[in-house]
Ligand binder design. Structure first.
Ligand code: UDP
Ligand code: MG
Length: 333
């Protein structure tokens, strides 16, 4: 069965599949890109835990193959042959983790949903506590990384900087050290599904949704195998997406900067006028002129660039293309 997913349309109302009648208790959404070596260990570690937690009420693992070019898909098929509760959406190319997660959220079935990485950096043992907190009435249970010692110094510093900048600028605060690993009640999934935007900075969308939240702490492990798919350039792009999608502060700041510069310029002009009246005119002033021109030129380019960031994003939203294209859906009937 090959098709462009008819439910992956522009409008939120038609994008997601309706909830089925029979629903498992717990769904894992696992975005994977070129992770052939990670699938089997992941399944081997996670299935016993799921069986212990939800043997009666049922569970599912929904892999979202994000345009893998290696043997990831056959590995998923092999796992599905063992456990029919494993299902898979295969995207037509690499759309990025955020889009892959959106695809998963659109087609997931569980009453509680947990996005989780395949590299076992987020310990599935924590699912137990997450379910407890959910049963106690929380719609969102955040996984908080107690330490990030497995991330390098630079990654920790830049992550920290990002969280602080984001939370300064945006009303929707992202809890620091919370990744995508979190339990979401189906109601929260409905809210995410209803969001029409193409920019899927998931942490921002989750934060916007609100709901009662609890958190569970865990230690982030080393990547079990393979290598990270996020280099610093990709992380920077993600950070830009995050900030521009949840705050217009970078746009507004230029009104203030402009105001301050204009004020300073007027004060300076008044100073020159007074000086000229008292002491007569002189031709000096080349350095100050040069500084003023280049400074203002710089500010103008910078503010134009910020404007461009937003205009570009408006263009992407206006085109209204699907977020992702499903090439194959395996295990959906
Ligand atoms: N991933 C994905 N699409 C991408 C990049 C990553 O589906 O374009 C998946 C990847 O296979 C993994 C998860 O997202 O399951 C997290 O990626 P990774 O472990 O490389 O990120 P990190 O832990 O370094 O932040
Ligand atoms: Mg990882």
């Amino acid at each position: 069965m090959s098709y462009i997913d008819p439910t992956a349309k522009v409008f939120a109302a038609t994008r997601a599949a309706p909830w089925p009648e029979v629903r498992p208790l717990l769904s894992l959404i696992v975005p994977v890109q070129d992770e052939e070596a990670a699938i089997a260990p992941f399944v081997a570690r996670v299935v016993p835990i799921l069986d212990a937690l939800a043997a009666d009420e049922g569970w599912e693992i929904l892999f979202v193959d994000d345009g893998s070019t290696d043997a990831t898909l056959p590995a998923i098929f092999a796992a599905r042959a063992l456990y029919p509760s494993i299902r898979c959406l295969s995207l037509s190319r690499n759309f990025g983790k955020e889009a892959a997660l959106s695809a998963g959220l659109d087609r997931v079935r569980g009453r509680a949903v947990v996005p989780i990485d395949v590299d076992l950096q987020d310990p599935p043992e924590v699912l137990d506590q997450m379910l407890d907190a959910w049963r106690a009435g929380n719609e969102v249970v955040l996984g908080i990384r107690r330490s990030r010692s497995t991330d390098g110094w630079l990654k920790r510093r830049t992550a920290d900087l990002f969280y602080r900048a984001h939370n300064r600028l945006s009303r929707d605060k992202i809890p620091a050290h919370a990744g995508d690993f979190r339990l979401l009640d189906a109601r929260v999934v409905d809210v995410i599904r209803a969001m029409p935007e193409r920019n899927r900075f998931m942490k921002g969308l989750f934060a916007w949704g609100g709901f009662r939240q609890a958190s569970v702490e865990y230690d982030r492990a080393e990547r079990a195998n393979g290598t990270t798919k996020f280099n610093y350039w990709r992380l920077w792009t993600l950070a830009l997406d995050g900030i521009t999608s949840s705050s217009t502060m970078p746009l507004r700041i230029w009104s203030y900067v402009g105001g301050i510069v204009a004020l300073a310029a007027m004060t300076y002009a008044a100073g020159i006028a007074i000086k000229t009246l008292l002491f007569g005119s002189s031709v000096a002033g080349y350095p100050s002129l040069f500084v003023a021109v280049t400074f203002l030129g710089g500010i103008q380019l910078l503010s134009l660039g910020v404007l461009g960031e937003y205009v570009g994003r408006i263009l992407i939203e206006a085109k209204g293309r699907p977020l992702y294209v499903v090439r194959d859906a395996i295990g959906f009937d």
